[in-house]
Design a protein around this ligand. Sequence first.
Ligand SMILES: [Mg+2]
Length: 106
Amino acid sequence: MNLEDLTQRLRDFAAARDWEPFHTPKNLVMALSGEVGELISLFQWLTPEEAAAWRTDPTMEFNVQDEIADVTLYLVRLADSLGIDLLAAANAKIDRNETRFPPVER
Ligand SMILES: [Mg+2]
């Protein structure tokens, strides 16, 4: 599956539930922010060592992957609602960052 397939799957999912009226950019960005908060909450009180060892706890591993998925799905849906090509925008940003932050000399 590629990003276009995922975008279409999310469109179909929302359409099948008559959720399109709720999937406005405002609502989607708020939902995205909430999911980022859920992801943050998994790490916020951990020591750096505990956070680095997140995969050693199966429950934590599941929860991190679940919240990463939620963040991804809302981001993809938000970009779709705004008519933004997510991969093109991300690549353009990396292009700009390559100029802003030249690589270190080795
Ligand atoms: Mg969540």
